[in-house]
Design a protein around this ligand. Sequence first.
Ligand SMILES: CC(C)(COP(=O)(O)OP(=O)(O)OC[C@H]1O[C@@H](n2cnc3c(N)ncnc32)[C@H](O)[C@@H]1OP(=O)(O)O)[C@@H](O)C(=O)NCCC(=O)NCCS
Length: 208
Amino acid sequence: MSQPDIILIGAGGHAHACIDVIEQQGQFKIAGLVGLPSELHNHHLGYSVIAMDDDLPQLQKEYCYAFITLGQILSPNSRIRLYQQAVQLGFQLPVIIAPTAYVSPHASLGSGTLIMHGAIVNAGATVGNNCIINNLSLVEHDATVENHCHISTGAILNGGVKIGMGSFIGSGSVIKEGVVIGAGSVVGMGLAVRHDLIDHSIFRGTGN
Ligand SMILES: CC(C)(COP(=O)(O)OP(=O)(O)OC[C@H]1O[C@@H](n2cnc3c(N)ncnc32)[C@H](O)[C@@H]1OP(=O)(O)O)[C@@H](O)C(=O)NCCC(=O)NCCS
């Protein structure tokens, strides 16, 4: 079966991790990356930066599929802007699931979301659009991850947790069952969150 071309928008370190998952998943052929003017013609794992953000309208005439491969820690704004621009231009943003991940048939995933190596999205969980569910993370039963969130490497969202839109959960952090993390929040790495957080919280553990 022929693989449709896909354009990757974002040419930093996170793009490398995305390339690995897309290659292993095997559904798409990577046509190239879109990056900053200073990144033009750079090479990433054998793929070139072929265009800049401003070229997206032109690229859409040639390519049907795109994926946001920019990383996200403190602010989701660049990923949100690029996602919205890509959708408005008419690109299709697929769900991409690593072959080593497990996604329950009773879970739902939004467009442009990436489920990376060894991640688990369990029964009844809902993950919105343009999310990164990073390597080895766990979205437990009935948890909700709203649009544009990044659940980092090895993070654990226990049953019924809700992560508000545009939030970041740091590597190895654990969110207690049922806890609600407000929109636009940042939870640092290696932390335990036992209580709800209001919108735009930055949680660094004791003495926040
Ligand atoms: C929460 C975070 C975003 C804060 O970044 P920041 O505002 O630049 O703050 P700093 O890193 O300067 O930390 C300031 C202080 O807050 C505390 N602190 C920050 N993050 C902490 C954490 N995760 N655990 C414990 N204390 C933390 C420390 O006291 C630190 O002081 P120190 O640098 O003297 O140790 C960052 O620390 C973090 O955890 N990033 C996530 C990394 C990650 O998970 N990456 C995975 C990518 S897949």
